[in-house]
Design a protein around this ligand. Structure first.
Ligand SMILES: Nc1nc2c(ncn2[C@@H]2O[C@H](COP(=O)(O)OP(=O)(O)O)[C@@H](O)[C@H]2O)c(=O)[nH]1
Ligand SMILES: [Mg+2]
Length: 155
């Protein structure tokens, strides 16, 4: 049984809880620990320990979110020494917020990350499929690194 730990982070009220609930119902995730908003910095090391993936949820139509995601990426991906492939950016569209997928130009290094849009009212299938793809890639990398670890013990 392989276990991968994936964190959902991002600005307040961006839709993390709604998305995590939806995605855990529609995938084979068996364990889901909702974490209340934590005060910055002090709690992070415990929270991020041993995580394999980081999903950053934000609202593309909220300008302050676009500035904030730099910080989430820096703290949860770069400082935890995760690879960019372990990070997924979700531009979440709440009902009534419009579904404009255009002109979302992120600056480096965020523009190298995988970016998907979610709109649970108009197209719930899209984010479900994309998230399962991401989950599979994380699980694969977990099993590969476990194999490597076993190899290094043998030799
Ligand atoms: N109906 C609906 N409400 C949403 C959706 N996404 C976010 N919301 C609402 O927006 C608010 C914030 O969402 P929440 O997931 O709690 O944000 P969080 O702070 O990032 O966990 C809540 O009142 C949600 O009900 C959505 O896709 N559909
Ligand atoms: Mg929440």
């Amino acid at each position: 049984m392989l276990k991968a730990k994936i964190l959902f982070v991002g600005p307040c009220e961006s839709g993390k809880t709604v998305l995590a609930n939806f995605l855990t119902e529609s995938s084979d995730i068996t364990e889901y620990n909702p974490t209340q908003g934590v005060r910055f910095e002090s709690c992070w090391p415990a929270l991020t320990k041993d995580s394999h993936g980081v999903v950053i949820v934000f609202n593309a139509d909220t300008p302050s979110h676009l500035k904030e995601i730099d910080m989430w990426y820096s703290c949860f991906v770069q400082q935890q020494l995760l690879q960019d492939t372990q990070c997924l950016l979700i531009a979440h569209h709440k009902p009534g917020s419009g579904s404009d997928k255009g002109n979302l130009s992120l600056s480096p290094p965020l523009n190298k990350l995988k970016l998907v849009h979610s709109n649970l009212e108009d197209d719930p299938e899209e984010i479900r499929v994309e998230f399962i793809k991401y989950l599979k890639s994380i699980v694969n990398s977990v099993s590969e690194s476990r194999d490597r670890e076993e190899m290094s013990i043998i030799t």
